[in-house]
Design a protein around this ligand. Structure first.
Ligand code: NAD
Length: 491
C-alpha cells in the first residue's frame, strides 16, 4: 500500500481497496486554486466502475472491521489524530491553496477534526447495548448495537477538512466501512487527505475508500451509491437543495441518511448587551471564512435603542477586513471558492440594492475576493432577507419588541444556529429557547464546532446530530431475547 500523493507534481490518486489508483480510463481534472486561479492539482475523474469497486471493497472489508477488538480500533483513531496534527502546517497550506481557507479557519478545522478522531477512539468502549426488562417471566432481553455495513459519505468543500473527517469518523467508529465522495471543489482537503491519514494510521484495506469525480459528473457515482443494495446508509453535509434530493433517493430504498444542511443564522443583540463584545462577536461570526460556513451569522437584529451605535461600530470593523491571499498568514480572509460563487454573492447584493437596500460597508470585489459587506433596510422580498447567501454579506436591522426579534429570527426555512447577546443570561436562555434552531449560543457566536456536542439543525438545516448521538444514526439496535423457562402459548 503506497502513499498516493506526490506533492511536487500534484498528481493525486484515489483510494480503492487499499490501493491508490487513477480513474480507469486515466481521466483527470484540474483542481483550481481559488485565489490565484492556477491549477492546484490533477484529480482522478471517476465514474460508476470505480465507485462500484469501492463499494465492493468496503463490503468485503466490513466483517473483519466490525469484529476488530476495541483496543485495536481505538489505537487506529488515536494514531490518525497524531498524524493529522503532525502534518498540520502542510495541511494548512493545502487548504489555503485548494479551498481559499485562511490560516485561522484551517487551524480551527485541524483541531476540530483531530477532536473527532480522539472522541471516536472512545466509542468502541462505550456500552454496546442495554439490558431491557421483559414482561414475560423467565425472559432475558438485550438491546445490542450493531454496525450497519457500508456507509457512503458525501462531503462539502467549505469546511473541507473538519467535515471530510466528520463524514467518515462516526460511521467508522461504529464499526461500519466507508466510501467517501468528496466535493469536486475540494477533493484533496475533503477526501484524499482523509484517505492518506487513515491509511498511514493503519486502517485495513477497504475500510476507508475515497472516490473522486470531475465537476458536473457526480451523476454516475451518485446513481451507484444510491442504487446499490450494499450501501446501507449515507452521511451527507451540503446544501439543503442537494440534501432534499438525496433524502428522496435514500427514502426510495428505505435507507437512512444523516443530513447536515445550510443555515440562515440570526444574532439578536438586546439593549443590555456589552456592545463592544457584541461587535467583536458579530465581526467574527459574519465574516470568518469569508462567509462560507453554514453557521455564519446572516442577520443581526439589534434592539432599536442600540441600533445606530452598533451599526456604526460594526460597519467600521467590517471595512477594516480585507480579503487577500490565504497562503499568507497575515490575511484573515481569502477568496470565494470559484467564479460562480462570487457571482452569486454579487448578484444577491445587487438584487437587494435594486429593491431598496443600502450598503453601509463593503459591496466591492476583486476577482473572487468579495469585501465584507453590511446591508441595511433590506426589503422582505429580497431573497437575502431570509435565504442563505454563501459569502461575506450580512444584514443588520432594528427591532422594538422581543416578539418581533423572535419572529424575524424564525422567518426563514432554515434552523441551524442562533445567538443572543445580553447581560441577562436567563433572558438569553428564555429568548434563545423560542428560536427554531438546532444550536443557540447565549453570549457567543452562531459559529463553533466541538466534536462532542450534538451538532445539527432543525427545519431545512437537516436532522443529523453529531457527537455521541451519531451512534444512533450509524448503528442498528437489535433485540435479542433468551427464554430461560419453557414458554406457554395460547395455541
Ligand atoms: P452542495 O450541496 O453543492 O454539495 C455537497 C456535496 O454534495 C458535494 O460533495 C457534491 O459533489 C455533492 N452533490 C451535489 N449534487 C449531488 C447529487 N445530485 N448527487 C450526489 N451528490 C451530490 O454543497 P456545497 O456547495 O459543497 O456546500 C455548501 C453548503 O453546505 C451550504 O449550503 C452550507 O450551509 C452547507 N453546509 C452545511 C454544514 C452543516 O454542518 N450543517 C456544514 C458545511 C456546509
Amino acid at each position: 500500500m503506497n502513499n498516493a500523493i506526490a506533492v511536487q507534481t500534484r498528481q493525486y490518486c484515489q483510494l480503492i481497496a487499499g490501493e491508490w489508483v487513477n480513474a480507469d480510463d486515466g481521466d483527470a481534472f484540474d483542481d483550481m486554486n481559488p485565489y490565484s486561479g492556477e491549477v492546484f492539482a490533477r484529480i482522478p475523474a471517476s465514474g460508476s466502475a470505480e465507485v462500484q469497486r469501492a463499494v465492493e471493497a468496503a463490503h468485503k472489508a466490513f466483517p473483519a472491521w466490525a469484529a476488530m477488538g476495541a483496543r485495536e480500533r481505538q489505537a487506529l483513531f488515536l494514531k490518525a489524530a497524531d498524524i493529522l496534527e503532525r502534518r498540520a502546517d502542510e495541511v494548512v497550506l493545502i487548504m489555503a491553496q485548494e479551498t481559499g481557507t485562511a490560516t485561522p479557519f484551517a487551524r480551527f478545522q485541524i483541531q476540530w477534526a483531530s477532536g473527532f478522531l480522539r472522541q471516536a477512539a472512545g466509542y468502541p468502549y462505550l456500552p454496546g447495548g442495554e439490558i431491557v426488562q421483559s414482561d414475560t417471566p423467565g425472559v432475558f432481553a438485550m438491546a445490542v448495537r450493531r454496525p450497519l455495513g457500508v456507509v457512503a459519505g458525501i462531503s462539502p468543500w467549505n469546511g473541507a477538512l473538519a467535515l471530510g473527517f466528520r463524514t467518515i469518523v462516526a460511521p467508522l467508529a461504529c464499526g461500519n466501512t466507508v466510501v467517501l465522495k468528496p466535493s469536486e471543489e475540494a477533493p484533496v482537503s475533503a477526501g484524499l487527505l482523509m484517505g492518506e491519514i487513515m491509511t498511514e494510521a493503519g486502517f485495513p484495506a477497504g475500510v476507508v475508500n475515497v472516490v473522486t469525480h470531475a465537476p458536473g459528473a457526480v451523476g454516475p457515482i451518485a446513481d451507484h451509491l444510491f442504487e446499490s443494495r450494499k450501501v446501507r446508509a449515507y452521511n451527507f453535509t451540503g446544501s439543503s437543495a442537494t440534501g432534499a434530493l438525496l433524502a428522496a433517493r435514500a427514502g426510495k430504498h428505505l435507507k437512512r441518511i444523516a443530513l447536515e444542511l445550510g443555515g440562515y443564522n440570526p444574532m439578536i443583540v438586546l439593549k443590555d448587551a456589552d456592545l463592544d463584545y457584541a461587535v467583536d462577536t458579530a465581526v467574527f461570526a459574519a465574516f470568518f471564512h469569508q462567509g462560507q460556513i453554514c453557521m455564519n451569522t446572516r442577520k443581526i437584529l439589534v434592539e432599536r435603542s442600540r441600533y445606530e451605535d452598533f451599526l456604526a461600530r460594526f460597519a467600521a470593523r467590517a471595512r477594516d477586513i480585507k480579503p487577500g491571499d490565504p497562503s499568507d498568514p497575515r490575511n484573515k480572509i481569502g477568496p470565494l471558492i470559484n467564479d460562480a460563487a462570487a457571482e452569486k454573492v454579487k448578484q444577491a447584493i445587487k438584487q437587494a440594492v435594486d429593491k431598496g437596500a443600502r450598503i453601509v460597508a463593503g459591496g466591492g470585489s476583486e476577482g473572487r475576493c468579495v469585501e465584507p459587506t453590511v446591508l441595511v433596510d433590506v426589503p422582505r422580498d429580497a431573497p437575502i432577507h431570509c435565504e442563505e447567501v454563501f459569502g461575506p454579506v450580512v444584514i443588520v436591522q432594528p427591532f422594538d419588541t422581543e416578539q418581533e426579534a423572535v419572529d424575524e429570527a424564525n422567518g426563514t426555512d432554515y434552523g441551524l444556529t442562533a445567538s443572543v447577546m445580553t447581560a441577562d443570561v436567563w433572558q438569553g436562555i428564555t429568548l434563545g429557547g423560542r428560536i427554531q434552531a438546532g444550536m443557540v449560543n447565549v453570549n457567543g457566536p452562531t459559529m463553533g464546532g466541538e466534536p462532542q456536542i450534538p451538532f445539527g439543525g432543525v427545519k431545512d438545516s437537516g436532522w443529523a446530530r453529531f457527537g455521541r448521538w451519531a451512534i444512533d444514526t450509524f448503528s442498528d439496535l437489535n433485540l435479542i431475547t433468551v427464554s430461560n423457562d419453557k414458554r406457554r402459548y395460547p395455541l
